[in-house]
Ligand binder design. Sequence first.
Ligand SMILES: Nc1ncnc2c1ncn2[C@@H]1O[C@H](COP(=O)(O)OP(=O)(O)OP(=O)(O)O)[C@@H](O)[C@H]1O
Ligand SMILES: [Mg+2]
Length: 310
Amino acid sequence: MSPIIEARNLTKSYGNFLAVKNLNFSIQTNECFGILGPNGAGKTTTLKMLYGTSPLSKGDLFIMGMNARKNLKTIKKEIGVVSQDNGLDPDFTVLDNLIVYGRYFRMKSHEAKRKAKELLRFMHLDNYMDMPVESLSGGMKRRLTIARALMTDPKILFLDEPTTGLDPQARLWIWENLLNLKRKGVTLVLTTHYMEEAEYLCDRLFIIDKGDILCEGVPSDLIRSTIGSEVVEFHVEMNDLEYHLKKIRDRFDYQIFNNRIRLFVPINQQAKDIISEVTSDNIVVRRASLDDVFLKVAGYDPTSSMGDLL
Ligand SMILES: Nc1ncnc2c1ncn2[C@@H]1O[C@H](COP(=O)(O)OP(=O)(O)OP(=O)(O)O)[C@@H](O)[C@H]1O
Ligand SMILES: [Mg+2]
């Protein structure tokens, strides 16, 4: 089956600065595809090119078989966008934000109203219909932005950090709704900083940094191939570091964050065989995760204030 999105040498430059460099990837119909990467990696820039608000500097893009350079108007009718900033109109009520959007896409007035009310029910916002947008909480605004993107029954929904800043319950609720949309046949393309979100939602993903794709694949495959099965993490005194490294250096893949060693257990081995060799009273064994993949390929720990990876 031909891909619903195909990017060839997708490139974006701002003056002399290359924000996105020669990306080649394709996305299949009904996939949930994730774009991951640290701040400033090029996620939003890539997504904006895919949904047609940022012209390609170089390369080719095909959406639903159509050349995005030539058929942007037709393509825009078939896609929905949840941008990083909600972009809601503060002058309108919750309901009117959706209706005005629908009218922009030439929906008949009564049809836009019917659809808007249906979507507000779907997003559990029907009680806020007549409220000004500014009275909504951050999570509600996010839900409204998703509702707005669904007004035109898009075949592809692009979401730039759909759940950033939301509490865990609101996040889970949005995940369930996105999976519902996927079940209905919508193709999802999203960016996220939450590895758990990517593992939960994405069939495939790539990690991008400084405009380059660092790795690409099915999350579970990436975890197995990049990290292994488990991670053994333990604290060492700096004086003992060399002693520990001597034992593991040639046998295991590992990372060091300040005083902690993260040792990746290959899939054909077990953590318990390794623990016996580690002399530390602070050992944690856990399942390898997409977080580990991210840290390994993107090279630093964004959650750590401690900084550099040795
Ligand atoms: N309009 C612009 N003009 C100049 N440089 C830009 C512009 N938009 C983005 N950039 C630069 O391009 C790079 C990629 O930015 P982008 O917004 O795509 O990152 P991101 O991965 O979405 O980051 P974040 O996780 O913070 O949202 C950054 O270095 C950014 O400063
Ligand atoms: Mg961004």
